[in-house]
Design a protein around this ligand. Sequence first.
Ligand SMILES: NC(=O)c1ccc[n+]([C@@H]2O[C@H](COP(=O)([O-])OP(=O)(O)OC[C@H]3O[C@@H](n4cnc5c(N)ncnc54)[C@H](OP(=O)(O)O)[C@@H]3O)[C@@H](O)[C@H]2O)c1
Length: 329
Amino acid sequence: MKIKALGSQGIQASAIGLGCMGMSEFYGEQNETESIRTIVRAHDLGVSFFDTADMYGPYTNEILVGKAIRSFRKEITIATKFGIVRDPSNPKARGVNGRPEYVKSSCEGSLKRLNVEAIDLYYLHRKDPDTPIEETVGAMSQLVKEGKVRGIGLSEVNVETLRKAHATFPLTALQTEYSLWSRDPEDGILEACKELGIAFVAYSPLGRGFLTGQIKKFEDLSTGDFRKTSPRFQGENFDKNLALVNEVSSIAKEKGCTPSQLALAWVMAQEDFIFPIPGTKRIKYLEENVQTADISLSARELVQIEKVFPKNAVSGSRYSEAGMKSLNQ
Ligand SMILES: NC(=O)c1ccc[n+]([C@@H]2O[C@H](COP(=O)([O-])OP(=O)(O)OC[C@H]3O[C@@H](n4cnc5c(N)ncnc54)[C@H](OP(=O)(O)O)[C@@H]3O)[C@@H](O)[C@H]2O)c1
């Protein structure tokens, strides 16, 4: 697995990372033993970039990841996030907090749960509309000065916020959804990252599992699965999107790879500063995804994919109405 510079601040990461969110919440059943084995196997396969957040679980995902990486912590890049506030008595409710005192206390919490001396990459999960980005990033930069964090990043912000933040303190990475069916970053964000030397971390590169071709009907998702709240997985949208995935799956078959590998290879083919972090809690899927490091797409194949799955072909927004409001701030 290729190891590359992640942004311009001296941090490195494997070309493909591992998203750990689903090991604790959102995507059906959990199995801690298999999840820990998956993280260890990822390390064996050369994956050195692991992604979590304080709000996954909430809190339990950081503990799980901290436990799994203990014996090889020094060899990897660990990224976590803060800023989305959960209410244990109302699991569906979400707040956002980017105030300086919250930045500081959140970091202390993550350090303890991960059981590490420093966080390699610390992201603001969503911009707080009531706190100027300069204040949040100012507090995050203080953590770098104190040695508690090595690099900082943002998630799902617009170009203006990205530039303001980067002028306050150099950002290592921006993490935003990007895949065949989530192409918004092509409208200026990728270009800005390239210009500023900021790595782009593509989350949900498999379209939350939809682009793998394994989710055939809405009922395949278990009760409480977060994806049931996403308009893309609902009603007519589901069927229209499945038709697109079926087209892409035929191209994968022709190429001799799986639809998941094709979806990941497509993300990786866009720009060298893009790091996909596919999520899985299963060794089988992890191994399949990691093999994508050896698959490249020709210009002809990229055109073929674009033809069957053009930029704005997807039906439905990626989050519920409330979730959409916290994006692109
Ligand atoms: N910044 C943000 O706001 C944000 C938002 C969402 C996610 N993230 C981060 O990004 C990471 C990745 O995104 P994601 O997990 O949402 O979506 P994803 O990587 O697009 O898809 C994950 C889903 O695909 C399934 N899957 C993975 N590999 C597969 C394969 N080879 N064949 C069939 N199915 C496969 C997984 O199944 P299993 O669950 O059964 O393994 C899981 O349900 C997360 O883990 C999280 O760390 C960040």
